[in-house]
Design a protein around this ligand. Sequence first.
Ligand code: ABU
Length: 372
Amino acid sequence: MSNWTPEKTIVNSWNEWDPLRHVIVGKADNCHIPPEEPALDAKVPEDSDMRGQWGKRPQETIDRANELLDTFADQLRARGVKVDRPTPIDHSLPATTPDFHTDSQFGCMPPRDVLLTVGSEILEATMSYRCRWFEYLNYRPLMQQYWEEDPNFRHESAPKPRLTDADYHDDYLSEKIGVEKRLQWTADKFFVTTEEEPLFDAADVLRFGRDLVVQHGFTTNLKGIEWIRRHFPDHRVHAVNFPGDPYPIHIDATFTPLRPGLILNNPQRRLPDDQRVMFEKNGWEIVDAAQPAHNAPPALCYSSVWLSMNVLVLDPKTVCVEKSEVYQAEQMDKLGMEVVEVDLRDAYAFGGGLHCCTADVYREGGCEDYFP
Ligand code: ABU
């Protein structure tokens, strides 16, 4: 597909690697560390500096993250990619519904968690944290604009979940669980979210043309995966899980397709053998990602050091890698990719890396069947 011009929006993106022409990059304005709540607490590592504190993030860290996100947006524009930015809502406001109350919201980062682009559709995920219930509102001005400009754009929203206490397993509310027990629970597919109602975050979904690969974990339950399956009847939807991850949210620091036939897998979060079959039968190679360059995440960061592999593929030969992730860049080079270095580490605390902080609007190409 090559009918793209920068003047008028067309929504079209079927996979993670076709040439990127139009993207949304998040903003750090007014981001908050939300108060404790079940699904969020389950993800915060037990030794994290974030335990027990909440409120607006320090302004100097917000300014620094915005500086990096703005520079990243400029880098993309310089390579011919159109970049849109969301309109942050006031995240200091509480979120209250008839079913729950939380004293603040989260932020306008990262868009990949909220927006799932499949072909000409952008789907707002249910989300599974109470503090992120209204996060889609940051993107509504853009969604309205796309709807006006592209007559084929399908703007969809998954059913808003109730997020009562019935959505969460009490066992995860304990202060000290320990990594060993967490790993056993993950292996048993016993996650913080129950099967009360469909729940999913968009960042648990990877797009491979006709196939959608969805992580079952803390932020996406089996009913959420079934909802996605029914919503996209022309797709094959595959549930995957990664038993080596004690805090399994979002697939994009675990399993990273780079181009047709090649995927990076986090070596601590190996895809189980029985779930590799469809890739192996079709000649896809799954290689261990390089080690992260850092031993620990930055301060006040929810994510793991494996944001090293949270890269943004610009086309099957070009990939954005965080500047300090020298081992990941070296591996990309060996795999034949041109590396675009992007300074983003000081924005990691706002919800993730280069893939997380973006959401696709337009990639060239159509819906291919890579696993016939
Ligand atoms: N949002 C991706 C975070 C995954 C991780 O912490 O490894």
